[in-house]
Design a protein around this ligand. Structure first.
Ligand SMILES: *[C@@H]1O[C@H](CO)[C@@H](O)[C@H](O)[C@H]1NC(C)=O
Length: 205
């Protein structure tokens, strides 16, 4: 009903404008719809004019019974609220004039793409990266013994370990007599050898 009245008021206002150039007294058409004694309770907001009892004629950019609502065209998207005409307040994760742009806080790294998933901004990561910003590389082989995945498939290994998954121990002095380096500088010896480098042969009793 409010909008129907608004439409009527604005068309009559146009009639008033059009007759301005004729001999007719100015403001007649407007006076027909505008009641100077009109009372609007609650009062019209945002410079709206009370044209009849409890009927506001809203100024541009506002609507509602008392012109309490700002309107934004295009409408605020993604749950944004119209603060004042043409100005949207966007929910977290959205930006731009109409909240039409998805913004991922801190951005998306390593080729990740910021996309709205069920109304929430998220980084969609390429297959070898993960994390909220695609900041974590994925090492499918795993990084063992305290190694850290620093790039897709690349482990940074602590000292004493080598290999794609940091799975190979390093013995600075090689294990002898078929012994195996099982952790940094630690050999597992084959019988009957022993010693730090499996260099000693046990005496048989
Ligand atoms: C508007 O309201 C006032 C009092 O609230 C009343 O005296 C007046 O007659 C009303 N005007 C119209 C056109 O209904």
């Amino acid at each position: 009903m409010g909008s129907a009245v608004l439409l009527l008021a604005s068309s009559l206002f146009l009639v008033g404008l059009c007759s301005a150039g004729s001999d007719a007294p100015r403001g007649v058409a407007v006076g027909f719809v505008f009641d100077p004694q009109a009372k609007c309770e609650p009062a019209c907001e945002h410079a709206g004019v009370c044209i009849r009892n409890n009927t506001c004629f809203c100024s541009r950019g506002y609507e509602g019974e008392t012109c309490q609502y700002a309107n934004c065209y295009p409408k605020c998207k993604n749950g944004g609220a119209c603060l004042r005409p043409g100005k949207c307040r966007c929910p977290p994760g959205f930006g731009g004039r109409y909240c039409h742009k998805v913004t991922c806080d801190g951005g998306c790294w390593n080729g990740g793409e910021c996309t709205a998933v069920n109304g929430v901004a998220k980084c969609i990561c390429p297959s070898s990266w993960t994390g909220s910003k695609c900041q974590e590389a994925i090492c499918p082989q795993g990084c063992r013994n305290g190694g850290i995945c620093v790039a897709p498939g690349i482990c940074s290994c602590p000292e004493g370990w080598l290999g794609g998954a940091c799975h190979t121990a390093v013995c600075t002095q090689p294990c002898l007599n078929g012994g195996k380096c099982i952790s940094p500088n630690k050999c597992r010896c084959r019988p009957p050898y022993s010693g730090p480098r499996c260099e000693e042969r046990k005496k048989s009793h």
